[in-house]
Design a protein around this ligand. Structure first.
Ligand code: NAG
Ligand code: NAG
Ligand code: NAG
Ligand code: NAG
Ligand code: NAG
Ligand code: NAG
Ligand code: NAG
Ligand code: NAG
Ligand code: NAG
Ligand code: NAG
Ligand code: NAG
Ligand code: NAG
Ligand code: CU
Length: 577
């Protein structure tokens, strides 16, 4: 199922569009998402999964920058559902953001909800996914945001564009997997395979017929819109013999740079240009994706997924038999599973384009500063409890030692209606209550607190947040995702953040701007953003297992004084709890 499509990029069309650009009205893009159960066979076993419109991966949402997107979601499955439009700024449209119990109550079986949002100031690739429990395992799809009509890319227009969405496949029911883990207090079972556009490919047993094939012609440039939709794994991705030029991450243009291998965390997107060989090479090339992790062996899926880049012979037609089935096959060499140095070097290459047309508006001064630890921890075992976590405890995860507990009603609704008492507390700690050597020997007591605590920000505040990874139960990279904003990654490093020395090394000129960043294993990252979007905005690790254990929190951005700085009232069909 090689999903690919052509874009209207002929010169003639571009000229016509250019002529009418002043008159061009933003379009309305309407979609219907029927959430339903669908039988799908992978790795020789059939499974009933939750899909949108029976498609796996789900349908692509296409829009131009400036368009209004309207998606009617109808829930036909026996699970509560909600859909998040990952990376969309949702300026003043927080009711359409999607995380269950944060901005909305879930869409219950038999109910529907219409998500409406305008795409402002973003172009590239984002994606949508279920944002409740582990249902995003199969409920996800690309969002392709083209520039405004008549506006070119800041790089040569590709011949063709292809979404490449990386996922993770379990033979078991993923809702049973996480529910078992939360019941026992131990780690969840790992997946059986990774997938490319839903297909595990030839390296898994009984899977060769389910292989993603990227069919190309010689001497052309292709743009791959790569998305990491895996639940629990950061990934390396590479194509043999074909370097990749990174041009856009998280729907923001970057200064182009060329590498053999990219790294991508769950939640991140990366547009790359790939130039094919000048003439038919008489070979096929594997593309591979495999995990980057410093976690203990056995706690994550360490398999490798392959797809195939195949040169179409110019004389071949769909009805003609393939000319030569026995072409040599080249495979790329990926970094070692735990190659943190590679990841750190790759991340350091990312820079905003920062041109006159696409400036990097990095906050140069800071109104509010925060220091958050992110990492794992434990809950003590209750009397007669089931505790298969470390040393007879239960696994937990936290930010500043607070393991976030979802409320039973939506935070945004509680805030908007002035009924926050008993739902959340506005006192999320600005720094760890008990400082320690975060990346050294962990403290003896690794227990965390529970809480539903928010940071309250005045409208327009500039925020600096340093996120410090801890070594409690092992130093791991945590891909933190912020809803409602892009942030600038102004600094990163290993060991403990040093507030006296490290800020001097910040990049305040052209830091990369994005919505998800890996907090380095045994290291820290500093980000800045402007709180110019009123509402309640979730921030969480994008490894789903850590979200389930509580590695999440939320920011409440208050209304500003001007009329266009206020959250709008909720839509009338907003689901109720
Ligand atoms: C899916 O498979 C199950 C078990 O084989 C079967 O009972 C069910 O009717 C199938 N559902 C659909 C929608 O085909
Ligand atoms: C998880 O793996 C264990 C061991 O293989 C197995 O017994 C159990 O049934 C699995 N759980 C689920 C929900 O598949
Ligand atoms: C694939 O099948 C072979 C032969 O049946 C078996 O030995 C091997 O363990 C299987 N590999 C996986 C990853 O399931
Ligand atoms: C993958 O993990 C298994 C344990 O789940 C381990 O036995 C195996 O050595 C690992 N393979 C690699 C390539 O790390
Ligand atoms: C990565 O794992 C390999 C094999 O387990 C080990 O030899 C090596 O020291 C590890 N490297 C790092 C940087 O942890
Ligand atoms: C990362 O960059 C450093 C400094 O340039 C270099 O010494 C190191 O070898 C690089 N590591 C990898 C894995 O490329
Ligand atoms: C809060 O933490 C305790 C142990 O510290 C745990 O047993 C309990 O289940 C947690 N409550 C919630 C709602 O997660
Ligand atoms: C724990 O289990 C024992 C034996 O079944 C029972 O007597 C006791 O009441 C239980 N304690 C709690 C707190 O549930
Ligand atoms: C479990 O306890 C032992 C002995 O107290 C200790 O050495 C070990 O580090 C602990 N393991 C974890 C994961 O906390
Ligand atoms: C923290 O622990 C590390 C590893 O043990 C050590 O190298 C470092 O010096 C410690 N840092 C501080 C500030 O104590
Ligand atoms: C932590 O536990 C170790 C071994 O049990 C002990 O030697 C040490 O003093 C403890 N540290 C603290 C700060 O309590
Ligand atoms: C679905 O959501 C509603 C509203 O929050 C809740 O009352 C109900 O228990 C949920 N159902 C399931 C199956 O989780
Ligand atoms: Cu995490």
């Amino acid at each position: 199922m090689a999903s690919s499509y052509f874009l209207p990029c002929s010169v003639l069309l571009a000229v016509l569009v250019l002529l009418s650009v002043n008159a061009a009205e933003a379009a309305i893009r309407e979609y219907q998402f029927d959430v339903q159960m669908t039988n799908v066979t992978r790795l020789c076993s059939s499974k009933s999964i939750v899909t949108v419109n029976g498609q796996f991966p789900g349908p692509t949402v296409f829009a131009h920058e400036g368009d209004l997107v309207v998606v009617r979601v109808v829930n036909h499955v026996p699970y509560n559902m909600s859909i998040h439009w990952h990376g969309i700024r949702q300026l003043r449209s927080g009711w359409a953001d999607g995380p269950a119990y944060i901005t909305q109550c879930p869409i219950q079986s038999g109910q529907s909800y219409v998500y409406k949002f305008t795409i402002t100031g973003q172009r590239g690739t984002l994606w949508w996914h279920a944002h409740i429990s582990w249902l995003r395992a199969t409920v996800y799809g690309p969002i392709v945001i083209l520039p405004k009509p008549g506006v070119p890319y800041p790089f040569p227009a590709p011949h063709k564009e292809v979404p490449v969405i990386l996922g993770e496949w379990w033979k078991a029911d993923t809702e049973a997997v996480i529910s078992q883990a939360l019941q026992t207090g131990g780690g969840p079972n790992v997946s059986d395979a990774f997938t490319i556009n839903g297909l595990p490919g030839p390296l898994y047993n009984c899977s060769a017929k389910d292989t993603f094939k990227l069919k190309v012609q010689p001497g052309k440039t292709y743009m791959l819109r790569i998305i990491n939709a895996a639940l629990n794994d950061e990934l390396f991705f590479s194509i043999a013999g074909h370097p990749l030029t990174v041009v856009d991450v998280d729907a923001v243009y970057v200064k182009p740079f060329t590498v053999d291998t990219i790294t991508i965390t769950p939640g991140q997107t990366t547009n790359v240009l790939l130039t094919t060989k000048p003439s038919y090479p008489g070979a096929t090339y594997y593309m591979l994706a495999a995990p980057y992790s410093t976690a203990a062996s056995g706690t994550f899926d360490n398999t490798t997924v392959a797809g195939i880049l195949e040169y179409e012979e110019p004389w071949s037609s769909p009805s003609a038999p393939a000319f030569n089935k026995n072409l040599p096959v080249f495979k790329p060499v990926l970094p070692q599973i735990n190659d943190t140095s590679f990841v750190s070097n790759y991340t350091a290459k990312l820079r905003s384009l920062a041109s006159a047309q696409y400036p990097a508006n990095v906050p140069q001064t800071v109104d509010k500063s925060f220091f958050f630890t992110v990492g794992l921890g434990t809950h003590p075992c209750a009397v007669n409890g089931t505790c298969q976590g470390p040393n007879g405890s239960r696994f937990a995860a936290s930010i500043n030692n607070v393991s976030f507990v979802l409320p039973t009603t939506a935070l945004l609704q509680a805030h908007f209606t002035g009924k926050s008492r008993g739902v959340y507390a506005p006192n999320f700690p600005v720094a760890p209550l008990v400082p320690f050597n975060y990346t050294g020997t962990p403290p003896n007591n690794t227990n965390v607190m529970n809480g539903t605590k928010l940071v309250v920000l005045p409208y327009g505040a500039t925020v600096e947040l340093v996120m410090q990874g801890t070594s409690i139960l092992g130093a791991e990279s945590h891909p933190l995702h912020l809803h409602g904003f892009n942030f600038f990654v102004v600094g990163q490093g290993f060991g403990n953040f040093d507030p006296a020395k490290d800020p001097a090394k910040y990049n305040l000129v052209d830091p990369v701007e994005r919505n998800t960043i890996g907090v380095p294993a045994a290291g820290w990252v500093a980000i800045r953003f402007r709180a110019d979007n009123p509402g309640v905005w979730f921030m969480h690790c994008h490894l789903e297992v850590h979200v389930s254990w509580g590695l999440k929190m939320a920011w409440l951005v208050l209304d500003g004084d001007k009329p266009n700085e206020k959250l709008l009232p909720p839509p009338s069909d907003l689901p109720k709890c």
